[in-house]
Design a binder for this molecule. Structure first.
Ligand code: ADP
Length: 431
């Protein structure tokens, strides 16, 4: 309501009160009782107000009926209340239709969608939840979600409260489904659980892994035979001339490179295959790191590898995988720098940390995000010359994932690099 309209309402109210009082006063003057006339006028005003208030109060008890036709300032209040109520009703209708729309779209999804309340009980679920997880709405309404989805992995994921990555629950048996879960928080502690059938993608990934693994495996035998013949030819007198020795040397180098590639590819597919399995072995990290440094030092006799063991922390993991990942990081630091390399095992409040620092060629920022891709190299010729396969950091990344660790790369071109792995810290795992 505009302020001009409200002024009009108040003005008409004052005019009508004044008119009644003046009428009372004039009537009083006729009978020589002006005060009585005024009082009667006032009583009349109060009676009119009481009547208006009674009608308003009756309407407020059931605001869905038409508003009463009251006059003056009361009409102004009724009009205001009525328009506020109409706006509220419209907003509520809009909200209800949005909710219906959202619920309809969730219901029509092929993915399972389950709304879980703050006590972790099922509040709503769509039809796909029944199909994929056997959670039926409304019959399972109010049931604890952790009772309805019994997977240990899901229980850990749901209760850990970190939903930054989706969770894959692997099929049980050959014909089982592979499900991917995602959880989103909303409202006052409510959660929306999505589950998607990713069996097809999972099988395709498995086929790809098996294919790479099988091809690498099949290449091994012919490679061994070729290497054997090259070595034999190199020792024969008939091939002792330089024109034979040079190509034979090159053939030998390429065969060795291929052998390293096949070994790394096989190792990568093995790590990938067991990536989701829980690692239970307690690995004595100070001992492992000391061993790695001792193994590498003879291959780089004129280099300093400074070892700093600042914590005794052990971690749950796979000794061989960790050996290869940490070893790759130290080898890279030695390959891509000329100076000292610093290897540290230390801890923060949250994690046990492994880091390797070098003051070498460094890496330009735009390469960093892609370094862990298979065969990604900053400088291909340099990497090939140093005997690299381009798979080292891909192996590190997969080992990190399978240990719930995080790989960080800090590097500055021509200044040096720091590669670190943060393993979620568990004080119980100290030796
Ligand atoms: P490669 O076998 O080529 O070393 P990696 O996967 O181990 O393969 O590394 C990928 C690329 O990352 C390397 O080719 C190199 O360009 C770069 N890189 C890795 N470590 C370092 C480092 N410490 N300093 C500079 N560049 C590095």
């Amino acid at each position: 309501m505009t302020s001009a309209a409200s002024v009009r309402f108040f003005r008409s109210e004052i005019v009508s009160i004044a008119a009644l009082l003046i009428a009372g006063l004039i009537a009083g003057l006729f009978v020589d009782q002006p005060v009585l006339g005024l009082v009667l006028g006032l009583v009349l005003v109060l009676l009119m107000w009481t009547l208006q208030l009674f009608r308003i109060q009756r309407w407020l008890r059931d605001p869905s009926t038409e508003p009463p036709k009251v006059r003056g300032v009361w009409g102004f209040f009724v009009a205001n209340i009525h328009s506020t109520q109409r706006r509220n009703r419209e907003a509520q209708l809009r909200l209800e239709s949005t909710l219906d729309y959202l619920q309809d779209s969730l219901a029509a999804m092929r993915d399972a969608a389950i709304i879980v309340d703050h006590q972790a009980n099922v509040a709503w679920a769509n039809d796909s939840a029944d199909f994929l997880l056997g959670i039926n709405f409304p019959s399972d309404q109010g049931q604890p979600i952790l009772k309805l989805i019994s997977s240990v992995d899901f229980r850990e994921y749901f209760t850990a409260d970190d939903y930054s990555d989706p969770l894959r629950v692997l099929p049980e048996g050959e014909r089982g489904r592979c499900l991917q879960f995602e959880v989103a928080r909303f409202g006052m502690g409510d959660r929306l659980v999505f589950a998607r059938d990713v069996t097809r993608t999972f099988r395709l990934e498995q086929m790809r892994r098996d294919f790479v693994g099988n091809v690498s495996h099949e290449l091994r035998t012919p490679l061994t035979v070729i290497k054997g013949y090259i070595e034999t030819l190199q020792t024969l007198d008939e091939f002792s001339e330089a024109r034979f020795q040079k190509p034979l040397e090159q053939m030998s180098q390429q065969a060795l490179r291929m052998e390293n590639l096949v070994t790394d590819l096989l190792w990568l597919s093995r790590i990938e295959a067991v990536e989701t399995l829980r690692k239970t072995e307690l690995v004595d990290m100070p001992q492992l790191i000391t061993g790695i440094v001792a193994e590498l030092q003879p291959a780089f006799p004129d280099r300093v590898i400074a070892l700093s063991l600042e914590t005794e922390a052990a971690i749950r993991g796979d000794q061989r995988e960790l050996h290869s990942a940490l070893g790759n990081l130290v080898i890279n630091a030695l390959k891509y720098s000329d100076g000292d390399v610093v290897v540290r095992w230390w801890s923060t409040n949250e994690s046990a940390m492994f880091s390797v620092n070098d003051s070498g060629i460094g890496i330009a920022p735009h390469h960093i995000a892609r370094l862990t891709e298979r065969f990604y190299r900053v400088d291909k010729s340099r990497s090939n010359a140093s005997g690299g396969t381009g798979l080292g950091l891909a192996i590190v990344k997969h080992v990190a994932t399978s240990h719930q660790a995080e790989l960080s790369i800090d590097s500055e071109l021509n200044v040096g690099s720091c590669f670190s792995l943060a393993f979620p810290f568990d004080p119980a795992d100290k030796v």
